[in-house]
Design a protein around this ligand. Structure first.
Ligand SMILES: [Fe+2]
Length: 292
């Protein structure tokens, strides 16, 4: 098995898991990313594992509320150059060939990630096809995410997940209260000065940390990106606590923010973790709902 990713271990150790950083990969000519093969993949994925919208949206817009493109998913993929669209194939690991590729890639990440954030699991893969000039609005995702650029160029702006001036505690809690379903995240122009800026091009990629807001703009060619994601023990724990804090807030109690008091977090988690484990209440835990 040939090496898929090229990761600077010093950058990884310095930045992971809270800060973004560049990686490289050897996947640009992989047959699984040819348009013909992606059209075959489309046929085996259930309908709810394919989302597509117009790519003509602003950074602060909700693309789900934009008018439909009038194209089918198949038309969107085969005409992606002119479709002015954004399309995602979700959980591509449902197909055995794609599953193998996701596993091969993330098995290269796991030995680096595991000592820093133990409990690496739930490997998933997502493929994004985007028309020239299309924009992916400002949002956050609940997983560790290596976003690999296969074709075309895409400008990627990533923001600090821990900057509460950009992202309030309540915004994060609300995100997890919706079971991690991506919704509208409010962008203010003044945030842009705080962006980490990455030009994604074939052969490179960016590590996007859990909860780090980001937005992306495709350049002049079509874009194909491959996102490989996973969770870790601390991510599950954080998710439980954000969700619990959201419940407290709904009851009129102002919770201590996640991470502010390790003792309080431990007490809360001692209460809610067994509930999650028995799966009797609330449905705590991340869901497979990454959208971008
Ligand atoms: Fe994203």
């Amino acid at each position: 098995m040939s090496q898929k990713l090229i990761i600077d271990t010093k950058a990884f150790e310095a930045q992971y898991p809270d800060k973004p950083f560049y990686v490289k990969h050897n996947l640009c000519n992989h047959p699984l990313f040819k348009i013909e093969r992606l059209l075959e993949l489309l046929k085996v994925l259930p309908e709810h594992k394919v989302d597509y919208y117009t790519g003509k949206v602003g950074v602060n817009e909700d693309k789900k509320k934009a008018p439909p493109t009038g194209l089918t998913a198949e038309e969107t993929i085969s005409q992606i150059k002119s479709a002015q669209s954004w399309l995602v194939l979700k959980n591509v690991e449902r197909d055995p060939e794609y599953r193998q590729l996701v596993e091969d890639c993330l098995n290269e990440v796991a030995p680096l990630a595991q000592p820093i954030s133990p409990g690496v699991k739930q490997y998933e893969g997502w493929i994004f096809l985007t028309s020239p000039g299309s924009l992916t609005p400002y949002h956050l995702d609940p997983e560790h995410n290596f976003l690999l650029q296969i074709r075309g160029k895409k400008q990627c702006y990533v923001f600090d997940a821990n900057d509460r001036d950009l992202l309030s505690e309540e915004e994060i809690e609300n995100f997890y209260a919706r079971f991690g379903v991506v919704g509208k995240l409010e962008f203010n122009e003044r945030y842009q000065d705080k962006a980490y800026s990455y030009m994604m091009e074939p052969g490179n990629g960016v590590f996007v940390p859990v909860n780090a807001p980001h937005w992306l703009q495709v350049q002049d060619d079509i874009s194909i990106s491959f996102s490989i994601t996973y969770y870790s023990k601390d991510v599950y724990r954080r998710t439980r606590l954000f969700r619990f804090n959201s419940q407290l807030r709904k009851m009129g109690i102002t919770p201590s923010p996640y991470g502010q008091s390790p003792t309080r977090d431990a007490i809360k988690d001692a209460f809610i973790a067994p509930i999650q484990n028995t799966k009797k209440l609330f449905g705590f835990g991340p869901k497979k709902n990454q959208q971008y």
